[in-house]
Design a protein around this ligand. Sequence first.
Ligand SMILES: [Zn+2]
Length: 253
Amino acid sequence: MSIALKKLIDTVEQTLKPWLFKDYAPNGLQVEGRSEIKKIVSGVTACKALLDGAIAADADAILVHHGYFWRGENACLTGMKRRRIGQLIKHDISLIAYHLPLDAHSDLGNNACLGRLLGFDITGGMDADVLTSIGLTGQLEKPLSLKSLGERIQQVLGRTPLLIEGGSHEIKTVAWCTGGAQGYIEKAFALDVDAYISGEISEQTTHFARENGIHYIAAGHHATERYGVQALGEWLVTTLGVEHQFIDIDNPA
Ligand SMILES: [Zn+2]
């Protein structure tokens, strides 16, 4: 069955509430294609390989976490950006992107999904306002060593995480924030958790973890952000009856 593009966007926005967030890129419809949507392809990033996959899958719209038009980037449609957007327009396919609202949503969000997958009991947000909090805090059902938690993450995400030891303590409490949120380790430390998990790592993250006695796990930017967009796609299948297919474009980062 097909649904009007406008109705699809309205339905998503009623649940993701993008107006609550100050974001680095526009949320919602970024490139407008045909007005009726039967099939959605989702993916983490609107790279060329995902566009090719969506065209081959006969998609009417592409739903992503990382879209286009980031704050501070060159706004001109040249080079890689021209090729990507040109391909979308040529095939009359819409690009729909949700960044922070899709990190934060309490059920469909990247952080909620990752917490569930890793078996954490969610206890709150890393920020005071849990509705817009980008990271979450939680508890493990029983204490684990850093190595054992690393093995669980490896199993669930299919990618070997980088483990930085912040001491010899076991892990009972955790904070996590998917993607490139290694800088939030200071926030996690202030929350007094045993370990903090994000996607990427910076040089100084290691020293912060070691000197402040908090374990740090870099579990992969792509690997930790695969789940929100899939959950949203599946939610649209049950809510609006559209077809949905997730296409994973592997990325070791
Ligand atoms: Zn990201």
